[in-house]
Design a protein around this ligand. Structure first.
Ligand SMILES: [Zn+2]
Length: 441
């Protein structure tokens, strides 16, 4: 529960800002029970009688043209909402209480008029979100919830109207205006709520065992890659939980998950979890996909951070993974600038040595049990690997776009073998560290 509480603080700061206070996580039902994004969330085994009674969204559609576009969401009751635009990329975010989305698969993937596409899903327990990707700057000309009438259910209606960039930027909340942001944002300025992670004391514990942070990628509104009804967010969560259980069974390490259910966690908050807990190792778990035209790669790949990507595929992948926050409607103008990145780089050298060492150990162990990519060690500018003081790797456990890999990814037997070799690599890594450098952090 402590970790969950921490996540909510992180979310309140980094993601939802003012929106978090609107919903105040009423009731905080378990996020894992929700059905999100029209995708196959893990089936809720609880009997229906005990399932939380969330509002149900049963239909969503777009109408209009590239001057005026209307969005309509059919609901089973009226809900509160808060809609706001974000710049760079142009998006509109609608925060609503947790909603059970029962929309046809593929809803939102095709746009119309001013909307390129939209996504929907959980961003925190008690809070869902709809994110619209826009073709250009728009204003929210109208937004309201209609009562049921004339045989129509209650509806959430948003009207978007084309405007120019100047008018768009003026309509943004002050903290969201890209032009007005200082080059390096001070995390204590008034644009961020008073409770920030910087103000949190470091986690102190008398437990001397090294702490490993496991980071299942994506979650909630961000499905990651997908193939059929398999989503990356669910595959990597299952893998991460299995890895946690196996590591904890050894009794040698403490483990913290960045997420243990289907909740969205912003990239920076994943890094902050590792840093505030003084983690000795950070392992991010993903499952990649290649666009059709790029062939049919297969096998697991282990990534470390670097300024310059080791190859074009690594660069594309880091770019795709770094988009997670934009996908979930995080205000990217709050993100650190390149100047800050340079300072981080200087502090990162020793950490990089350890990250690379762990990546090699992991490859040696995994290659005996798991099919590896033909170039299994790569590097690129993954934001989630940028903790300057925590050795970090990102493991793409396989390609959901490859039939053979996908069969492995959903196989419990394969997962057990892969998890086993990861634990072996972790043991070797810490055995060496303890022998050469004294106690790990
Ligand atoms: Zn991913």
């Amino acid at each position: 529960m402590e970790n969950r509480a921490k996540h909510l603080v992180f979310l309140g700061c980094g993601l939802l800002c003012a929106a978090a206070s609107v919903f105040a996580v009423a009731g905080a039902p378990s996020a894992a029970e929700g059905t999100q994004g029209g995708q196959s969330a893990p089936a809720a085994n609880a009997p229906a009688a005990s399932a939380p009674d969330f509002p149900v969204a049963s239909g969503a559609r777009l109408a209009g043209d590239d001057k005026q576009t209307r969005f309509i969401l059919d609901l089973d009751r009226k809900i509160e909402f808060r809609a706001f635009p974000l710049a760079d990329p142009y998006r509109v975010v609608v925060d609503i209480p947790q909603v059970n989305f029962q929309l046809a698969t593929g809803t939102g993937s095709a746009g119309r008029g001013l909307v390129k596409a939209f996504r929907y899903g959980l961003v925190m327990p008690g809070g869902s979100r709809i994110v619209f990707d826009l073709t250009g700057p728009v204003k929210i000309a109208n937004s309201y919830v209609l009562d049921a009438a004339n045989g129509q259910p209650p509806r959430l209606v948003l009207d978007f109207e084309q405007i120019d960039r100047t008018a768009f930027v003026q309509a943004l909340a002050p903290e969201s205006r890209p032009e007005l942001k200082p080059a390096i944002s001070d995390s204590t300025t008034a644009t961020i709520p008073a409770v920030t992670t910087a103000a949190l004391p470091p986690v102190t514990t008398t437990d001397p065992r090294p702490l490993i942070v496991i980071d299942p990628g994506h979650g909630g509104i961000d499905n990651g890659t997908q193939s059929g009804d398999q989503t990356e967010k669910n595959l990597v969560l299952g893998f991460g939980l299995a890895l946690r259980d196996r590591i904890e069974k050894s009794g040698k390490y403490r483990v913290v998950m960045t997420r243990s259910d289907d909740t969205f966690i912003p990239l920076n908050d994943r890094v902050k979890i590792a840093r505030t807990q003084s983690a000795a190792l950070f392992v991010s778990i993903h499952a990649d996909a290649l666009p059709r035209r790029e062939g049919d790669a297969q096998g697991a790949t282990i990534y470390t951070v670097s300024d310059k990507a080791s190859d074009a595929e690594a660069e594309r992948l880091a770019e795709a993974e770094n988009k997670a926050d934009a996908i979930a409607g995080v205000n990217l103008t709050d993100e650190p600038t390149d100047v800050a990145d340079i300072l981080i780089d200087l502090a990162q050298r020793e950490t990089k040595t350890f990250s690379n060492r762990f990546a090699r150990l992991l490859m040696d162990e995994m290659k005996s049990t798991v099919r590896m990519h033909k170039h299994p060690l790569k590097s690129a500018g993954f934001r989630v690997l940028k903790a300057p003081d925590v050795p970090s790797v990102l493991v793409e456990i396989g390609y959901v776009s490859n039939k053979g890999d996908l069969e492995h990814l959903v196989s419990e037997n394969w997962r057990n073998k892969a998890v086993g070799s990861m634990v072996q690599a972790i043991d070797t890594f810490f055995a060496k560290r303890l022998a050469t450098a004294g106690p790990a952090k």
